[in-house]
Design a protein around this ligand. Structure first.
Ligand code: AIR
Length: 442
């Protein structure tokens, strides 16, 4: 769904955004970019940068990344790499030099540094005043509440001296509590479920003693978690993908189902409209993920925001007309946005997470066996070292019929477990599976 009603100029007007900022004197890219091709600078060298680079290649664009080391996921495959730190203004200047836009693969860049870059003429997308809402969970919550978005009840505690506010809050909500570090966490890090009030106090004290402010919130009874992914361009065009269901295990997303099964048309439209409205109100440029809770009574509440391509959008690489990575590039460069329709009735994405003990079999050999059994699996591997619970790749499975969902989910689970553990949990033996079974492949 692409919303042209939000466009401030006709969407077929030629886009002139590429030459609007170049104020930082070019320190020269290590490689000469083809004349006229846009150069996008991205802070971060993880899998999101790697997959953005993949999309940039297809669009004839160039991506330069700021990576902390040459073996990071994107640094392995991107020729134009600045090695440095996202907290160092000179490194940020180096990656932004001569680029049409500076964007992000993670949200950990201090906004003071980004504001400096903006003052120097760098086109930062999303701009720092928007990005702040994806960096600081307390700022995010307060802003969401002010905008009238439904959120779980919460309180912020910024100093150890204010720890008693936690007891007062617990008394008001009379529900189990979740304690979150206000900054820095992702993939379940920085989020802890408290057993009881004393535990909540201990967790909060832990964070506060280490200088981290906390957000304490009620733990809602959830039916499931959803994600509304949208993109917004600088001139205000917005596009929303179908709302998806995210399945979490130990705080990490393990599967995504697109679209979210059984979500009513009205609820899906409301979630998409809310995400588009938040993108516009916050001045987001690029992809915005609005992570949602579906409470047991069906109410939707906003959990968190992310302003970059997001794990809940990995399904779009194979299941939608426009992938989130292509869309992010289009948005930050102010191109017209792409069609966000799903191309099949159902797509299931499964993350490949590093096993507790990486198997002896190489990942490449595991891939070989996966393809022998499931030739329709769409595999995306990130080139990352396998560490327990770390996202090292994902798979997409496309279903021609919505009734395929259960089977697709089972196959996605089997395949992801195989890739991370070199074990088929259903007992499949690829050596014993004779030619017959190999021919059947499913
Ligand atoms: N990322 C950023 N925020 C959340 C996630 N998952 C992606 C980015 C980042 C990478 O994860 O692409 O660079 C870091 O992954 P890891 O496993 O090295 O911590």
């Amino acid at each position: 769904m692409v919303h042209n009603d939000l466009v401030l100029r006709p969407s077929n007007t030629p886009v002139a955004g590429h030459d609007t900022m170049m104020a930082v004197p070019s320190s020269r890219s290590p490689l000469a970019a083809p004349l006229g091709a846009p150069l996008v600078a991205m802070v971060g060298g993880g899998q999101l940068a790697r997959m953005t680079h993949q999309a940039a290649i297809a669009l004839g664009q160039n991506l330069r990344i700021l990576a902390t080391s040459a073996d990071e996921s994107a640094a392995q495959v991107t020729p134009d790499v600045v090695i440095g730190s996202h907290t160092d203004i000179d490194d940020l200047r180096r990656v932004a030099a001569g680029a049409h836009v500076l964007t992000f693969d993670h949200e950990q860049v201090p906004t003071e540094l980004l504001e400096k870059l903006v003052a120097e003429g760098v086109n930062v997308a999303p701009p720092p005043q928007a990005l702040l809402h994806a960096q600081d969970k307390l700022v995010m919550r307060e802003k969401l509440a002010a905008l009238g978005a439904p959120v779980p009840r919460y309180t912020g505690i910024e100093r150890l001296d204010d720890l008693d506010a936690l007891d007062a809050f617990a008394g008001q909500v009379d529900a189990p509590l979740v304690v979150k570090a206000v900054r820095g966490g992702y993939d379940g890090r920085g989020v802890r479920m408290a057993r009881d009030l004393a535990d909540a106090r201990d967790i909060a004290r832990d964070y506060l003693t280490n200088g981290a402010a906390v957000l304490v919130e009620e733990r809602l009874a959830l039916r499931r978690e959803l994600s509304a992914l949208v993109a917004r361009s600088p001139l205000g065009q917005g596009a929303a993908w179908p709302v998806v269901q995210t399945v979490q295990r130990h705080g990490i997303c393990v599967q995504v189902i697109a679209p979210a099964p059984g979500l009513t048309g009205d609820s899906a439209a409301a979630a998409q409209q809310l995400a588009l409205r938040l993108a516009a109100e916050l001045g987001v440029v690029g992809v915005l993920a609005v992570e949602l809770f579906e409470a047991t009574d069906g109410t939707l509440l906003v959990n968190e925001l992310a302003m970059r391509p997001h794990n809940s959008g990995h399904w779009t690489m194979d299941g939608s007309r426009t992938s989130q990575f292509e869309q992010h590039l289009r948005a930050v460069l102010d191109y017209p946005l792409g069609d966000t329709d799903a191309i099949v009735p159902v797509t299931v994405m499964a993350n490949v997470l590093g096993a507790a003990r990486p198997p002896a079999m190489s990942l490449d050999e595991r891939l070989h066996h996966l393809f022998a059994r499931m030739p329709d699996s769409k595999v995306h591997l990130y080139g990352k070292a396998e560490r327990p619970g770390r996202k090292v790749g994902h798979l997409n499975f496309l279903g021609a019929d919505p009734t395929d969902l259960q089977k697709l989910r089972e196959r996605a689970e089997l395949a992801a477990h195989w890739l991370s553990h070199a074990q088929w949990t259903d007992g499949w033996d690829h050596h014993a599976a004779g030619d017959d079974a190999k021919r059947k492949v499913r």
